[in-house]
Design a protein around this ligand. Structure first.
Ligand SMILES: Nc1ncnc2c1ncn2[C@@H]1O[C@H](COP(=O)(O)OP(=O)(O)O)[C@@H](O)[C@H]1O
Ligand SMILES: [Mg+2]
Length: 273
């Protein structure tokens, strides 16, 4: 593959993740479920340390694309590479955060964070130290011995974030992680994620259907059409980090929201009638 035909700018040696003409069709079933074309011709690449938002309407294939990147679902066509290697199966060193925190109710907060280390047989003193540092970073040091039922929704999601980060994943995949939170908590969590990412330098792919969330967080926003999901815009935000909550009320931010909204068909493009 030549660079010109590849995943656009950045699909060179310094790309961390590459999606090259990726498609996904779920076959119909003998019980009458129809065939579903979930994704079509998705070509994209991103660099190490970047935070990329995948923005699109419900059902456009965002979760499917995240699963394809993670090697949990096979693409029907195209090629997926992470760190120069073709993804053919589940990647052990990736972290996940989903919309529901899925904590084990009988375990303490600390034991929940350490759970993946236990599974991997790496639950040593260094792991515990790191877990406690992460809990400190997210403001939950005092809750290390609490149980999940003693925490609010936002606190539980902070625990889930620590659990995903404790193995020091090379890539953090987040699927609408703040979607179930109230708006104020959600904004706090966005700032917290950016803080952690600044400290840990983790590469993040973040799925959301919130236009403002996608823009606030990301170096780059990939905008998807309705199903079958195709990339309709790629928006480099060019907004300085660290972000400040006031940023949401600036003309630059509003212009980016407008552009994404136009791509999604929720507002008219500037200059259009
Ligand atoms: N395992 C599956 N089998 C059949 N269809 C699926 C499966 N997973 C997802 N789909 C379909 O693929 C489309 C995209 O789903 P999804 O990736 O979950 O979208 P999003 O996360 O953007 O809401 C939907 O129409 C969904 O019903
Ligand atoms: Mg989804």
């Amino acid at each position: 593959m030549t660079q010109a035909s590849s995943a656009g700018e950045g699909a060179s040696a310094n790309s961390f993740g590459v999606l090259d003409d990726v498609g996904k069709t779920f076959p119909g079933s003998s019980r009458g479920a129809p065939e579903v074309v979930a994704l079509e011709r998705v070509t994209y690449s991103f660099k190490q340390g970047e935070l990329v938002s995948l923005l699109g309407p419900s059902g456009c294939g965002k979760t499917t694309l995240l699963r394809i990147l993670a090697g949990m679902t096979a693409a029907s066509s195209g090629r997926v590479e992470v760190r120069g290697r073709v993804v053919t199966g589940p990647q052990e060193d990736f972290g996940f955060v989903f919309q529901t925190p899925n904590l084990l109710p009988w375990r303490t907060v600390l034991a929940n964070v350490l759970f993946p280390m236990e599974i991997a047989g790496k639950n040593d003193a260094a792991a515990k130290k790191r877990a406690l540092e992460l809990l400190e970073l997210v403001g939950l040091a005092a809750f290390a011995k609490s149980r999940p039922h003693q925490l609010s929704g936002g606190m539980k999601q902070r625990v889930a974030l620590c659990r995903a980060l404790v193995p020091q994943p090379s890539l953090l995949l987040m699927d609408e992680p703040f979607g179930a939170l109230d708006e104020l908590t959600r904004m706090e969590m966005q700032d917290l994620l950016l803080d952690i990412r600044r400290v840990a330098g983790t590469t993040v792919v973040f799925v959301t259907h919130s236009i403002s969330e996608a823009i606030y967080l990301a170096d780059e926003v990939l905008v998807f059409s309705k199903r079958p999901g195709r990339v309709i815009d790629r928006i480099r935000t060019e907004l300085a980090y660290p972000r400040r909550p006031e940023l949401r009320y600036t003309p630059e931010f509003t212009a980016l929201e407008h552009r994404a909204g136009a791509g999604l068909g929720v507002v008219h493009a500037r200059g259009a009638p």
